[in-house]
Each structure stands twice: as structure tokens, then as C-alpha cells.
Design a protein around this ligand. Sequence first.
Ligand SMILES: C[S@@+](CC[C@H](N)C(=O)[O-])C[C@H]1O[C@@H](n2cnc3c(N)ncnc32)[C@H](O)[C@@H]1O
Length: 296
Amino acid sequence: MHSVISYPDRGHWGDSKWRGNCSGHVYQDLFRQLQPSTFVDPMVGSGTSVEVAKEMSIKAWGLDLHQGFNAVTDSILLTVGEQVDLCLSHPPYGPMIVYSGSVWGSEPNPADLSRCGSNQEFHEKMQLVLLNQRDATKPQGFYGTIIGDYRKNGTYTSYQAEMIARMPSDELAAVIIKQQHNCVSDSRSYSKLALPRIMHEYILLWQKKSGPLLVLLGTMAREQHSRLTGTWKSIIGLVMQRLRGKASLEQIYQEVARAAPQKLAVNPNWKAKVRQVLNSTGMFSSPERGLWMLAA
Ligand SMILES: C[S@@+](CC[C@H](N)C(=O)[O-])C[C@H]1O[C@@H](n2cnc3c(N)ncnc32)[C@H](O)[C@@H]1O
């Protein structure tokens, strides 16, 4: 298996009429590559993944909201009763395909991930789903998701980038690009489109390291914290570039206030934060009292 895959034919597994279904060949390739003995799909849809797994003599479970299982709130591990070698989801993303009250059921279900009120809600719920999947995975086993990107009204949302940023970076194992075929959008006219049409999805795989959950949460919190510090460093670095590499503390405050008003609104101690970043990150030096430079 390579990191770029393409299957124009979806095979005989699952239901070709189930909107947003995935080619069975994707699962077949992944199972051949990862050799799981046990597998769970917590958003099984029309059942493609589990049909492929069973055909390959892999013990498999398929769960879905349409059966009453909510991957955001219900433990996959407790539902299945054992940890598995591979736990792979294929969530709805963006409002492109709405499931409850449309593909299945007569009423909208508020737990339906295709009915999230905002991208932020989806990103946060999917982080919890991925941690749920990880919990149901054996140490050294794999968990992951099949997800695409979405552009609407000129705004590009990269769900996969959000997921990678929210999960432990030392567990990321593979990013596979899957070409998309037979999308509903294929039939629409895009003659005036200024940017390339999205014709791919991602398969993201993480490999679970052993160790207690609290250690993992500590690692994730540290990673998020260092990203935030990194953002502050970059903002102050940009400000210093604009000030030609050398400035007084007062000039830096003024430029930061201009450059990052939203950040400042949520951090009332921002001047202390600026001083902390200047003093502690090694990116800046002070040749004389009250004057700061970008370090070489
Ligand atoms: C893209 S489809 C999966 C398609 C599947 N791979 C196939 O080939 O048929 C996404 C599925 O996620 C399910 N879903 C949405 N929200 C969910 C939730 N909170 N918990 C579990 N399943 C959910 C939907 O019902 C839908 O069946």
C-alpha cells in the first residue's frame, strides 16, 4: 500500500446508494497492510468496512448512530467489550451530507455529527471520538479516521489538519491521500471556480503507545501550550520585523495591540505575556535596558 490511493470501483461491499459510503477496497488494503485480528468501525454506515473484515476472517464490530450508538458519548470499549487491533471511523464532515432525518430516520438527531452547529463543535466532538477510539485500541494497535476537506463560500476547512493538531503528535503513524470518485459535486458545473476542486480525502492513522491516560493528557496539554507560546513568539517576532528588528518595550506593546487585537481580548494579562515571551524564549535579546532585538 502507498500513501496515495485511488479506487474508482467501490466493490460489492456495503450499499452503493448510502450517501458518502467508502470503497471496500480501501478497507481491504488497510487490513492487508495492518493485519488486524480485531476491528471496530464506530460509524459503520451501510456496513462496508465490517463486510470486508468478515470476508477476511477479521473479528469485527460495526456501530453507528442509526443503531443508537453515539461515538461522542458512548464508550466504544465498553460497548464492544475488548480492545481491538484497529479502530477506524469514517465520520460525516461538514454539512455536505446530512444523515439523520435524511439518509436514515425520519427526525434529525442532535447527536448526529453531520448536524453540528459549527466547525468548532465538530472539531471538539471529533477529538473526543478519536480519544474514544484510542481507548478501544490495544497498545501498539492503530486508530484513525477517513476524512476530507471542505470549502464553502470561499472558506476552506481542513478537518484533517484540525484532527492532527488535536491528537498526540508522537502517535501519528500515517497520512494517506485517497482520490475521491463519483462525488455529487462531479455533476455540477465549476467553470467559474477560481481554486482547484477538492478531489481527495485523507486516511489518518495513529499508533497507540502504551502508558496511562493521564500521561497522554499531560502530553497533549503540553503540546497545546507550546503551540500557544509559539504563536505569541511568532506574533512578537512579526512585530519586531515591522519595527526593523529593534524596538522599545512600549513600541512593542503598541504594535502587538495593533497586530493581535483578538488575542488580547481573551488575555487581560497580555503585557505580562509579552514580557515573558521576550525574556524566556531565546528568540529575543535585550542589548540595553528597555530595548529589545530579534536574536540572530
Ligand atoms: C460517511 S458515513 C459512513 C459510511 C460508511 N463508511 C459506508 O461505507 O457505508 C458516516 C456515518 O456516521 C454516522 N454518525 C453520525 N454521527 C454519529 C455519531 N455521533 N456516532 C456514531 N455514528 C455517527 C452516520 O449515521 C453515518 O452512517
